[in-house]
Design a protein around this ligand. Structure first.
Ligand SMILES: [Zn+2]
Length: 158
């Protein structure tokens, strides 16, 4: 299949309304993301993405090494979850989710006592901005600055 098929609306509709469409796919199809990403997810779930391992299994002369870490056996699970490079990506994403959860709770408490009128998209933007600000200022998310982690010493006597 060529990448042009991603822009083919009739193909998209076929995927969306397929006989085996389940509630997860119906929700996925309603996300405000590009169609090519939805189709990518569908291809990944039905395991038809052409990783180097899959090409090698089909006797296509390729090296089955991972482009990021050079280990052999570039499977879909390796590419998305097990590769050391990708594990760092997921660590970053986990931080985003953690901050988002905290921000949802923070705004919930604020709305309970004050008049918070943010929307879901604005809350996501605020949380993302907060995380970027913390990282830019080199603060960890516990609110403790690195220089505050130095060992405490008693005041010197005069
Ligand atoms: Zn790898």
């Amino acid at each position: 299949m060529s990448m042009n098929i991603i822009e083919d609306k009739s193909f998209s509709m076929h995927v969306a309304s397929g006989s085996d469409a389940n509630p997860v796919w119906k929700k996925l199809w309603k996300l405000h993301i590009q169609t090519k990403i939805k189709i990518f997810l569908w291809w990944a779930c039905v395991d038809i993405l052409l990783t180097n391992s899959k090409l090698s299994q089909r006797h296509i002369p390729v090296n089955d090494i991972c482009v990021h870490c050079s280990s052999h056996g570039e499977t879909l699970n390796h590419v998305h979850f097990h590769c050391p490079f990708v594990r760092q990506v997921w660590q970053e994403e986990l931080e985003v989710v953690a901050v988002l959860l905290w921000y949802i709770w923070f705004r919930r408490n604020q709305k309970q006592h004050e008049d918070y009128t943010g929307t879901p998209p604005s809350l996501v933007a605020e949380a993302s901005s907060y995380l970027q600000t913390c990282k830019a200022a080199n603060l960890d998310l516990t609110g403790t600055q690195p220089n505050q982690l130095e060992r405490w010493r008693p005041p010197t006597e005069r």
